[in-house]
Design a protein around this ligand. Sequence first.
Ligand SMILES: *Cc1c(COP(=O)(O)O)cnc(C)c1O
Length: 376
Amino acid sequence: MSKVESSPYLASIPVYVPGKPIEEVAREFGLEPSSVIKLASNENPLGPSPKALEAMQRVIRQLHLYPDGNAFYLKQKLAQFLGVTPQHLSLGNGSNEILEFLGHAFLRPGDEVVVSQYCFAVYPIVAALFGATLVTVPAHGLAADIRAMIAAITPKTRMLCLATPNNPTGTLASRDDIDRLLDEVPPHVLLVMDEAYVEFLDSPIDCLPFIRSGDRPNLVVTRTFSKIFGLAGLRLGYAIAVPDVIGHLEKVRQPFNLNAIAQAGALAALEDHEHLARTKSNNREGLAYLESSMTALGLPFIPSHANFVLAQVGDGLAVFRALQRKGIITRPMGSYELPEWLRISVGTPEENRRCIHALSEVLGKDLPQEFVNQVG
Ligand SMILES: *Cc1c(COP(=O)(O)O)cnc(C)c1O
């Protein structure tokens, strides 16, 4: 029997491999779910903001009603938080959905999308979904080579995507890099700056003035509530761009793509400055502990600007599996062509300590006593 023919683009779509949920690992290895820790997906180890939890509780009684399709209050609050207007914002079911909207709105078969080697896994998926050609520019060490990315732009290029800080490497584009991108990416190319981890930086390079002023009509900044805001399960991300670009994205999205719980939770999370500050300081201390422990273990790592560390552990998959048997979920990097590396998210002090302790056991390397005891 003949089959309905599927889109020819599907064959080339890479499959996104997510971190395994705690319950699944507990089931597989016969562990107590409460004893399993997940340091695999760069989530907030302190959990959601307590204010967000309360706000979401209140909304559940109203779930028989459709959500506000325009997310009026959330957009107002977010615009105020960012110093832009609601017309500069489009909200998505995670910033991954925003990336897909960008594909719908701007990519046609044969268009080129320029990315760096070791870029976030979703860009290649989106490019393939719309029949665009991915142009992967070799990294410089493990960091994006911005000059080479700009040099890779052709008349067919429609989009250049860069995450800074980048996942999975944790590397940060310099001010020179960003100035160069803003100055040299031509107007026919959408410059997509993925700032999923920007809130963890002490002095981030602010691209928003170029959007407020309208000077860079091809600039799109994406951000998310999944990382520092601790709401990955809620699925909420957003684009900041000039109203013309936002108008295209708003046409592409489903009328009710943001559920009511997400709108209420995000709105309250924006007001919880204390939770943000606590998360940031937990991250700073956790990163310092993880990185100094890795130095003590003799493990090469990439100094991180985000909430995870990429470490060179040898056989990344084997170390991932051995840690998993001990109830610690990390992320192997084979799908990023980094088979010797493991990505470890920053946890609570206790989680970090357990992870490093287990890592030293798995690698058969002694950890200096101060790291065993230190609650980092
Ligand atoms: C985690 C992450 C995101 C966030 O995706 P959501 O869909 O908002 O959860 C986006 N970009 C990068 C680079 C990330 O690491």
